[in-house]
Design a protein around this ligand. Structure first.
Ligand SMILES: Cc1cc2nc3c(=O)[nH]c(=O)nc-3n(C[C@H](O)[C@H](O)[C@H](O)COP(=O)(O)O)c2cc1C
Length: 324
Protein backbone atom coordinates (compact mmCIF):
# COMPACT_ATOMS: atom_id res chain seq x y z
CA UNK A 1 0.00 0.00 0.00
CA UNK A 2 1.32 3.41 -0.96
CA UNK A 3 1.57 6.06 1.76
CA UNK A 4 3.20 9.43 2.25
CA UNK A 5 5.40 11.34 4.65
CA UNK A 6 4.33 14.91 3.84
CA UNK A 7 5.03 15.17 0.08
CA UNK A 8 7.27 12.09 -0.12
CA UNK A 9 5.48 9.18 -1.76
CA UNK A 10 6.42 5.75 -0.49
CA UNK A 11 5.52 2.64 -2.48
CA UNK A 12 4.93 0.22 0.37
CA UNK A 13 4.84 -0.02 4.15
CA UNK A 14 8.28 -1.51 4.78
CA UNK A 15 11.02 0.76 6.13
CA UNK A 16 14.67 -0.11 6.75
CA UNK A 17 15.78 0.86 10.28
CA UNK A 18 18.74 3.19 10.75
CA UNK A 19 21.63 1.07 12.01
CA UNK A 20 25.01 2.58 12.83
CA UNK A 21 27.90 0.74 11.23
CA UNK A 22 25.73 -1.28 8.86
CA UNK A 23 23.25 0.88 6.93
CA UNK A 24 25.76 2.27 4.45
CA UNK A 25 25.11 2.71 0.75
CA UNK A 26 26.08 -0.91 -0.09
CA UNK A 27 23.62 -2.46 2.36
CA UNK A 28 20.95 0.07 1.46
CA UNK A 29 21.25 -0.79 -2.25
CA UNK A 30 20.81 -4.47 -1.46
CA UNK A 31 17.76 -3.70 0.65
CA UNK A 32 16.40 -1.45 -2.08
CA UNK A 33 16.76 -4.28 -4.59
CA UNK A 34 14.42 -6.20 -2.26
CA UNK A 35 11.78 -3.53 -2.82
CA UNK A 36 12.06 -1.64 0.48
CA UNK A 37 9.62 1.31 0.52
CA UNK A 38 11.69 3.74 2.57
CA UNK A 39 15.33 3.42 3.51
CA UNK A 40 17.00 5.06 6.47
CA UNK A 41 20.73 5.71 6.73
CA UNK A 42 22.99 5.12 9.68
CA UNK A 43 23.07 8.11 12.05
CA UNK A 44 25.61 10.90 11.66
CA UNK A 45 26.71 13.26 14.41
CA UNK A 46 25.71 16.91 14.06
CA UNK A 47 28.97 18.14 15.57
CA UNK A 48 31.05 15.97 13.25
CA UNK A 49 29.31 17.60 10.29
CA UNK A 50 29.69 21.06 11.77
CA UNK A 51 33.43 20.55 12.33
CA UNK A 52 33.87 19.14 8.82
CA UNK A 53 34.89 15.61 9.83
CA UNK A 54 35.64 13.98 6.46
CA UNK A 55 34.71 10.47 7.59
CA UNK A 56 31.26 11.69 8.61
CA UNK A 57 30.86 13.60 5.38
CA UNK A 58 31.73 10.40 3.48
CA UNK A 59 28.95 8.68 5.41
CA UNK A 60 26.51 11.01 3.66
CA UNK A 61 27.21 9.27 0.34
CA UNK A 62 23.95 8.02 -1.18
CA UNK A 63 22.70 7.14 -4.65
CA UNK A 64 19.41 8.05 -6.31
CA UNK A 65 18.65 4.33 -6.54
CA UNK A 66 18.24 4.24 -2.75
CA UNK A 67 15.55 6.92 -2.74
CA UNK A 68 13.25 7.72 -1.10
CA UNK A 69 15.85 7.92 1.62
CA UNK A 70 15.89 9.39 5.10
CA UNK A 71 19.13 10.62 6.67
CA UNK A 72 19.30 10.36 10.44
CA UNK A 73 21.15 12.88 12.58
CA UNK A 74 22.19 12.66 16.21
CA UNK A 75 22.85 15.52 18.60
CA UNK A 76 21.37 17.63 21.37
CA UNK A 77 22.50 21.15 20.63
CA UNK A 78 19.91 23.11 18.67
CA UNK A 79 22.45 25.17 16.74
CA UNK A 80 24.62 22.29 15.58
CA UNK A 81 21.64 20.04 14.83
CA UNK A 82 20.13 22.80 12.71
CA UNK A 83 23.45 23.49 11.00
CA UNK A 84 23.92 19.77 10.23
CA UNK A 85 20.36 19.40 8.94
CA UNK A 86 20.83 22.35 6.60
CA UNK A 87 24.16 20.97 5.43
CA UNK A 88 22.58 17.59 4.66
CA UNK A 89 19.64 19.23 2.92
CA UNK A 90 21.89 21.41 0.77
CA UNK A 91 24.54 18.82 -0.06
CA UNK A 92 22.69 15.53 -0.60
CA UNK A 93 19.59 14.28 -2.42
CA UNK A 94 17.97 13.22 0.82
CA UNK A 95 14.16 13.08 0.92
CA UNK A 96 13.65 13.19 4.68
CA UNK A 97 15.69 14.23 7.72
CA UNK A 98 15.18 12.07 10.80
CA UNK A 99 16.22 13.09 14.30
CA UNK A 100 17.52 10.37 16.61
CA UNK A 101 15.78 10.54 20.00
CA UNK A 102 16.16 6.86 20.76
CA UNK A 103 19.84 5.94 20.94
CA UNK A 104 20.39 4.26 24.35
CA UNK A 105 24.21 4.17 24.27
CA UNK A 106 25.51 5.65 27.54
CA UNK A 107 28.23 7.72 25.88
CA UNK A 108 25.53 9.36 23.74
CA UNK A 109 22.95 9.88 26.48
CA UNK A 110 25.24 10.90 29.36
CA UNK A 111 28.04 12.81 27.71
CA UNK A 112 26.21 14.33 24.76
CA UNK A 113 22.70 14.36 26.28
CA UNK A 114 21.54 13.15 22.87
CA UNK A 115 19.50 10.19 21.61
CA UNK A 116 17.03 8.91 24.20
CA UNK A 117 18.28 11.47 26.79
CA UNK A 118 16.18 14.02 24.91
CA UNK A 119 13.03 12.16 25.98
CA UNK A 120 13.65 13.60 29.47
CA UNK A 121 13.51 17.15 28.13
CA UNK A 122 10.23 17.78 26.25
CA UNK A 123 10.95 21.53 25.89
CA UNK A 124 14.20 20.80 24.14
CA UNK A 125 12.48 18.24 21.91
CA UNK A 126 10.06 20.97 20.83
CA UNK A 127 12.79 23.55 20.16
CA UNK A 128 14.95 21.11 18.20
CA UNK A 129 12.12 19.94 15.97
CA UNK A 130 10.82 23.49 15.38
CA UNK A 131 14.27 24.77 14.48
CA UNK A 132 15.06 21.98 12.02
CA UNK A 133 11.60 22.10 10.42
CA UNK A 134 12.08 25.83 9.83
CA UNK A 135 15.48 25.45 8.25
CA UNK A 136 15.00 22.64 5.70
CA UNK A 137 12.39 22.09 2.99
CA UNK A 138 12.35 18.29 3.33
CA UNK A 139 9.98 16.66 5.78
CA UNK A 140 11.47 16.15 9.25
CA UNK A 141 10.74 13.00 11.24
CA UNK A 142 11.76 11.77 14.69
CA UNK A 143 12.59 8.31 16.00
CA UNK A 144 11.79 7.79 19.67
CA UNK A 145 11.74 5.09 22.32
CA UNK A 146 8.90 4.56 24.79
CA UNK A 147 10.65 6.65 27.45
CA UNK A 148 13.76 6.86 29.61
CA UNK A 149 12.86 4.08 32.04
CA UNK A 150 9.82 2.13 33.18
CA UNK A 151 8.80 4.95 35.54
CA UNK A 152 8.89 7.60 32.85
CA UNK A 153 7.13 6.16 29.81
CA UNK A 154 6.20 9.30 27.86
CA UNK A 155 6.06 8.30 24.19
CA UNK A 156 2.55 9.74 23.72
CA UNK A 157 3.41 13.09 25.34
CA UNK A 158 6.63 13.35 23.33
CA UNK A 159 4.88 12.31 20.10
CA UNK A 160 2.26 15.04 20.57
CA UNK A 161 4.99 17.63 21.12
CA UNK A 162 6.87 16.43 18.05
CA UNK A 163 3.73 16.65 15.92
CA UNK A 164 2.92 20.16 17.19
CA UNK A 165 6.48 21.24 16.45
CA UNK A 166 5.94 20.43 12.78
CA UNK A 167 7.40 16.95 12.24
CA UNK A 168 5.89 14.87 9.44
CA UNK A 169 6.14 11.37 10.94
CA UNK A 170 7.32 9.52 14.04
CA UNK A 171 8.96 6.15 14.46
CA UNK A 172 8.33 4.40 17.76
CA UNK A 173 10.67 1.70 19.07
CA UNK A 174 8.73 0.81 22.21
CA UNK A 175 11.53 -0.07 24.59
CA UNK A 176 12.86 2.30 27.23
CA UNK A 177 16.44 3.58 27.23
CA UNK A 178 17.05 1.39 30.29
CA UNK A 179 15.92 -1.70 28.40
CA UNK A 180 18.45 -1.21 25.64
CA UNK A 181 17.62 -4.15 23.39
CA UNK A 182 16.51 -6.48 26.18
CA UNK A 183 12.99 -7.68 26.89
CA UNK A 184 10.24 -7.33 24.36
CA UNK A 185 9.14 -4.29 22.38
CA UNK A 186 5.76 -3.26 23.82
CA UNK A 187 3.66 -2.74 20.69
CA UNK A 188 0.73 -1.37 22.72
CA UNK A 189 2.74 1.86 22.97
CA UNK A 190 2.87 2.12 19.17
CA UNK A 191 -0.92 1.77 19.17
CA UNK A 192 -1.30 4.46 21.84
CA UNK A 193 0.91 6.88 19.93
CA UNK A 194 -1.02 6.18 16.71
CA UNK A 195 -4.32 6.91 18.50
CA UNK A 196 -3.04 10.25 19.76
CA UNK A 197 -1.46 11.92 16.74
CA UNK A 198 -2.43 12.51 13.11
CA UNK A 199 0.94 12.30 11.34
CA UNK A 200 2.10 8.84 10.18
CA UNK A 201 3.48 6.46 12.78
CA UNK A 202 6.13 3.90 11.87
CA UNK A 203 6.15 0.94 14.25
CA UNK A 204 9.47 -0.70 15.11
CA UNK A 205 10.79 -3.48 17.30
CA UNK A 206 11.13 -7.24 17.09
CA UNK A 207 9.75 -7.75 13.59
CA UNK A 208 11.45 -10.98 12.59
CA UNK A 209 9.18 -12.29 9.84
CA UNK A 210 6.67 -11.10 7.27
CA UNK A 211 3.97 -12.41 9.62
CA UNK A 212 5.27 -10.16 12.42
CA UNK A 213 5.11 -7.20 10.02
CA UNK A 214 1.45 -7.88 9.25
CA UNK A 215 0.67 -8.49 12.93
CA UNK A 216 2.26 -5.18 13.91
CA UNK A 217 0.02 -3.30 11.46
CA UNK A 218 -3.07 -5.26 12.55
CA UNK A 219 -2.40 -4.79 16.27
CA UNK A 220 -1.25 -1.16 16.28
CA UNK A 221 -2.75 0.37 13.12
CA UNK A 222 0.68 1.87 12.38
CA UNK A 223 1.22 3.31 8.92
CA UNK A 224 4.41 1.39 8.22
CA UNK A 225 6.73 -1.16 9.78
CA UNK A 226 10.44 -0.58 10.33
CA UNK A 227 12.72 -3.62 10.24
CA UNK A 228 16.23 -3.61 11.69
CA UNK A 229 18.22 -6.52 13.07
CA UNK A 230 16.28 -9.26 11.34
CA UNK A 231 17.29 -7.88 7.92
CA UNK A 232 21.01 -8.13 8.71
CA UNK A 233 22.43 -10.96 6.62
CA UNK A 234 18.85 -11.65 5.57
CA UNK A 235 17.72 -8.89 3.18
CA UNK A 236 15.10 -11.25 1.73
CA UNK A 237 12.99 -10.46 4.80
CA UNK A 238 12.30 -7.06 3.27
CA UNK A 239 10.93 -8.60 0.05
CA UNK A 240 9.02 -11.26 1.96
CA UNK A 241 7.38 -8.58 4.10
CA UNK A 242 6.52 -6.35 1.14
CA UNK A 243 5.07 -9.33 -0.77
CA UNK A 244 3.11 -10.62 2.20
CA UNK A 245 1.64 -7.21 3.03
CA UNK A 246 0.81 -6.42 -0.59
CA UNK A 247 -0.46 -9.81 -1.85
CA UNK A 248 -0.34 -12.23 1.08
CA UNK A 249 2.38 -14.10 -0.84
CA UNK A 250 4.05 -16.64 1.43
CA UNK A 251 7.86 -16.62 1.63
CA UNK A 252 9.79 -19.29 -0.21
CA UNK A 253 12.98 -20.91 1.02
CA UNK A 254 16.26 -19.13 0.29
CA UNK A 255 18.92 -21.63 -0.76
CA UNK A 256 22.46 -21.71 0.61
CA UNK A 257 23.76 -20.84 -2.88
CA UNK A 258 21.50 -17.77 -3.01
CA UNK A 259 22.77 -16.63 0.40
CA UNK A 260 26.40 -17.00 -0.65
CA UNK A 261 25.69 -15.22 -3.95
CA UNK A 262 24.05 -12.32 -2.11
CA UNK A 263 26.95 -12.07 0.33
CA UNK A 264 29.37 -11.85 -2.59
CA UNK A 265 27.24 -9.18 -4.24
CA UNK A 266 27.18 -7.27 -0.96
CA UNK A 267 30.96 -7.49 -0.57
CA UNK A 268 31.47 -6.35 -4.17
CA UNK A 269 29.32 -3.29 -3.49
CA UNK A 270 31.24 -2.52 -0.30
CA UNK A 271 34.54 -2.73 -2.13
CA UNK A 272 33.23 -0.63 -5.05
CA UNK A 273 32.02 2.08 -2.69
CA UNK A 274 34.87 2.19 -0.20
CA UNK A 275 37.88 0.40 -1.65
CA UNK A 276 39.07 -2.94 -0.33
CA UNK A 277 41.11 -1.72 2.66
CA UNK A 278 38.24 0.29 4.09
CA UNK A 279 35.64 -2.35 3.22
CA UNK A 280 37.33 -5.27 5.03
CA UNK A 281 36.01 -4.69 8.57
CA UNK A 282 32.51 -4.09 7.20
CA UNK A 283 32.84 -7.11 4.97
CA UNK A 284 33.60 -9.26 8.03
CA UNK A 285 30.68 -7.79 9.99
CA UNK A 286 28.16 -8.43 7.23
CA UNK A 287 29.59 -11.83 6.33
CA UNK A 288 29.13 -12.89 9.95
CA UNK A 289 25.46 -11.88 9.76
CA UNK A 290 24.95 -13.92 6.58
CA UNK A 291 26.74 -16.86 8.23
CA UNK A 292 24.06 -16.95 10.94
CA UNK A 293 21.64 -18.40 8.39
CA UNK A 294 24.13 -20.93 6.98
CA UNK A 295 25.10 -24.42 8.17
CA UNK A 296 28.19 -24.73 10.43
CA UNK A 297 27.71 -21.09 11.49
CA UNK A 298 30.32 -20.90 14.24
CA UNK A 299 33.11 -22.49 12.22
CA UNK A 300 32.28 -20.33 9.19
CA UNK A 301 32.21 -17.14 11.27
CA UNK A 302 35.58 -17.95 12.82
CA UNK A 303 37.08 -18.41 9.37
CA UNK A 304 35.45 -15.25 8.02
CA UNK A 305 37.06 -13.16 10.77
CA UNK A 306 40.50 -14.27 9.58
CA UNK A 307 39.93 -13.02 6.02
CA UNK A 308 41.91 -9.98 4.95
CA UNK A 309 41.00 -9.64 1.30
CA UNK A 310 37.94 -10.02 -0.85
CA UNK A 311 39.67 -12.76 -2.84
CA UNK A 312 40.39 -14.78 0.32
CA UNK A 313 36.80 -14.40 1.45
CA UNK A 314 35.40 -15.49 -1.92
CA UNK A 315 37.76 -18.50 -2.01
CA UNK A 316 36.65 -19.41 1.50
CA UNK A 317 33.00 -19.19 0.46
CA UNK A 318 33.59 -21.33 -2.66
CA UNK A 319 35.43 -23.99 -0.62
CA UNK A 320 32.67 -23.87 1.97
CA UNK A 321 30.01 -24.47 -0.70
CA UNK A 322 32.02 -27.37 -2.17
CA UNK A 323 32.34 -28.93 1.27
CA UNK A 324 28.61 -29.10 1.93
C1 LIG B 1 23.73 -2.44 15.02
C2 LIG B 1 22.60 -1.49 15.32
C3 LIG B 1 22.77 -0.15 15.09
C4 LIG B 1 21.72 0.75 15.36
N1 LIG B 1 21.89 2.07 15.06
C5 LIG B 1 20.85 2.92 15.18
C6 LIG B 1 20.95 4.27 14.74
O1 LIG B 1 21.97 4.71 14.21
N2 LIG B 1 19.86 5.07 14.91
C7 LIG B 1 18.69 4.61 15.47
O2 LIG B 1 17.73 5.37 15.59
N3 LIG B 1 18.57 3.34 15.88
C8 LIG B 1 19.60 2.49 15.73
N4 LIG B 1 19.45 1.18 16.07
C9 LIG B 1 18.14 0.71 16.53
C10 LIG B 1 17.31 0.19 15.34
O3 LIG B 1 17.06 1.21 14.40
C11 LIG B 1 15.96 -0.37 15.83
O4 LIG B 1 15.25 0.66 16.47
C12 LIG B 1 16.12 -1.52 16.81
O5 LIG B 1 17.12 -2.43 16.39
C13 LIG B 1 14.79 -2.26 17.00
O6 LIG B 1 14.32 -2.77 15.78
P1 LIG B 1 14.52 -4.32 15.36
O7 LIG B 1 13.94 -5.16 16.46
O8 LIG B 1 13.79 -4.47 14.06
O9 LIG B 1 16.00 -4.54 15.24
C14 LIG B 1 20.49 0.28 15.87
C15 LIG B 1 20.34 -1.09 16.11
C16 LIG B 1 21.37 -1.96 15.85
C17 LIG B 1 21.16 -3.43 16.10
Amino acid sequence: MKWKIANVEIDNQIVLAPMAGVCDSAFRSIVKSMGCGLIETEMVSDKAIMYGNWKTKEMLYMTDYERPISQQILGSDIKSLTFASKYIYENTNVDIIDINMGCPVTKVTNRSKAGSALLKDPFKVKSIVESIVESVATPVTVKIRSGWNKNSINAVEIARIIEEAGASAITVHPRTKDQGYSGKADWTIIKEVKENISIPVIGNGDVKSCFDAKRMIDETDCDAVMIGRAALGNPWLIKESVDYLENETLPSEITIEERIEMLKRHVNLLVENKGEAFAIPKMRTHAAYYAKKLPRTIELKQQIFKMNTKEDLFNLLDDYLDSL
